[in-house]
Structure formats: C-alpha cells, structure tokens
Ligand binder design. Sequence first.
Ligand code: FAD
Length: 401
Amino acid sequence: DSPVVIIGAGHAGANLAALVRQEGFTGDVILLGDEVHDPYHRPPLSKKFMGDSLEQPLRGQGFYDEMKIDTRFGSRAARILPSERAVETADGSRIEYGTLVIATGSRPRRLNLPGADAEGVMTLRTLDDARTLRSAVQRGGRLVIIGGGYIGLEVAAEARVHDLAVSVLEREERVLARVASHEFSTLLTDHHRVRGTDILTGVDVVGLATDGGAVIGVELADGTSIPCDAVLVGVGAIPNDELAADCGINCADGIVVDENGRTSVPHVFAVGDATRRPVGGDTMRFESIPSAMEQAKRVAACIAGTPLPGAEVPWFWSDQFDLKLKIAGLVHHGVSVCRRGDAGAAKFGIFHLDDHNRLVAVETANAPSFFMAGKKFIASSAVLDPQRIADPDTDLRSCLA
Ligand code: FAD
C-alpha cells in the first residue's frame, strides 16, 4: 500500500488517519499539521471556555503511536506537486504520497476596517485564540461581539455567565440569518436578551476606535459609538483552499469534492471545512463536526477499499446558556413550519416541511427525542401530519400521515 499523506491535523484529518487504520489500511499514514498541539476538540473553545477543560485532545496519549500514524505536528505543507505525487513542507522536506487528503480547515474572516488590527480585537479558531479570549473575559468589562452567528452567540452566553457586559452586533435583520429559521433566531434572541445580552441587529460597523493601539470602542454607520474593553470578530470563515487551488485542483470558495471526497485531481481527496461538498441537491460548505466525520468515513472506505457507509442527514449542535441546540437538515428548503414544545420552558422543536409535508429540517432545544425522530423522518422522506407533530400528547413516532 503506497503512503497516505494527510495535510491538516484537525477534526477531519486526525479522525481520517484513525479511520483509515480502522478500515484495515496497512501502508504508511503520515499526518501533517501546522499547529504545535496534538489534535484537539474545537467546539469547547466557544462554549465552556472559562472552565478548566479548554484543551481537550481528540485522542488519548500514545494513540497515534499505537495506530502507527506518523504525526508531524508543527509542520506546514507549502506546496502540492500532483504530477510527482509529492508534498513540499515549509521546512523544505519532501513527502511522496500514493493518496493525498487535504484537510486544511478554514480561518476566521477578518474585518477590513480602521482599527481592526488593534490590541484587544480577537477572532476564534484555535486553542491559542481561545486562551486569548479567556484572558480578555477574565479581565472583565464590556465585550462587543461583531457577528451574530453560532460562535458569536456561544461566546456571548459564556461571557454573560461570567458577568461581562456583552453586546452582539449583527448586520442582518436577525441573528443566524444564514443558517437558522426566522422563528429559531427570534427564540434565541429572546433567550439571550432576557439574560442581559444586548443584541443589535441591522447595524453596520464602520470602524474600531483605539487608544494607544488598543481597542476602546466600536463605531456604527449611524454615528453611534459603543465603548468596550475587547472585541470578538465572528463574521464567518474562509476555506484554506489555496494549497489546492495553486496546484490546479478545482476550487470555488472551498475545494470542490464529490460525495466521496474526491477532488478534480486523481489520487487527491479533501475533507472538512476546506471543502465545498454536495448536500441536498446543491453544493455548499457545511462547516460542522458531523459533516467532517461523514466525509472522513467515506474517504477512509475509498482508500481502504471497504464498503462505503450510507449518506447521513447533515446536522450540528450548539450550546448557549441552558439550551442544548441540535439542528438537522436544510432549513431553507422548508415551505411551512410546525412547532412542538414550549419556548418558555426552554424545550421545543421547530419542524420544517416541504410542499408535500415531508420533513426537510428540524431545529430543537433541549429536546433530544424531537431531534432523533426528526432526523429519522428527514432520512426516510416520510410524509407527516403537521397537526399530530404539534400535538404534545401524540407520540412523535406516530406522526406519519
Ligand atoms: P480544522 O479542525 O480547522 O483543522 C484543520 C487543521 O489544518 C488546522 O489545525 C490547521 O491549522 C491545519 N492546516 C491548515 N493549513 C495547513 C497546512 N498548509 N499544513 C498543515 N496543516 C494545515 N461544529 C459543530 O458541529 N458543533 C459545534 O458546536 C462547533 N463549535 C465550534 C466552535 C468553534 C470555536 C469553532 C472554530 C468551530 C466549531 N465547529 C463546530 C466547527 C468544527 O470545529 C469544524 O467543522 C471542524 O473543526 C472542521 O474540521 P477540519 O479538520 O476541516 O478543520
């Protein structure tokens, strides 16, 4: 078996290395990662980041040795040479591959505004970023979060729990506009506001005020200035697809892959946040752990020559205050909505149906049974009875029309 080289030791790359072995591949597996840490879980970085467990390794000590995975952490791939089936690293070494997997993830989008590079203006992707954020929250004062996406709202919740004054500034008319339904956005906005987070929507940030090189305020287009001690910019991520694009692999805001993670170049796969993948008849960047894992499983099966696992319903989760949120499917494919549960009691589900009453997405809070049932209904394209879904006395499993 000729070597498998994986570029990027995050969720997708590190899990893929393990899965390739579990599928029975016996050749060399080389895992290159430019971070110096052993691969770690990213989701905790925006959730309970004030607790003790900021660094949570993906695998226990000794795992990579036991699995005979050749890890090269702190090593950055600088160039791919597909015609020579080789990768060059930044420190000048050359690694030949039989199969290459690009798992380079994404990086936070930065603001191109006056003051955006000031001290105290942060982004959040890595363990080191999270340590900087934790120090800022420990110092207290007012934290302004630019961007009302999942990461921004999770950080807002944890910072409020630790008594910071928190403002979330969102350019769209509602938070989570790109990924959640109107109703889900409203419920979450209310949940935050009741707990003291100041959420401003439809606002345009035009600059950051500084004093002696440090941020002291955020300036809005309407002339308002919001004083602050620190700023977190959470305005989305840019795929790390340059390595791929530079060697001729087809990229379009992400490395374009098929349902098995194959790129446009032979012997080269890509997985995780760096990719644009087929989902629900479309292609998209689906930045979540379950998506990265699903891709890794399929690529591992392709490499090891074992049967492909079945397709999975896309899903992800988020934690905000006491809410455990789980979302499956594609919300924007729905045409009608029915609700189950009680937003006041913080246990609810929003079910999104298409024009044939088939479930296309479900958004839930503190309701794992709604989530599990919903995910199964989406997978089976079952036609549902909306009235029975909304009736709390009806067992969800009996909601088929
Ligand atoms: P990453 O985990 O980012 O790993 C990519 C790795 O490749 C990085 O270590 C990077 O440094 C390295 N790399 C890049 N270029 C090179 C190179 N040239 N050479 C070598 N190495 C390179 N998803 C959920 O489903 N639920 C959540 O609750 C959730 N919370 C999140 C919270 C935060 C703060 C963040 C940042 C993300 C969260 N996500 C969550 C998203 C999830 O973490 C990502 O979808 C997942 O990490 C994608 O895995 P990946 O391997 O593609 O990318």
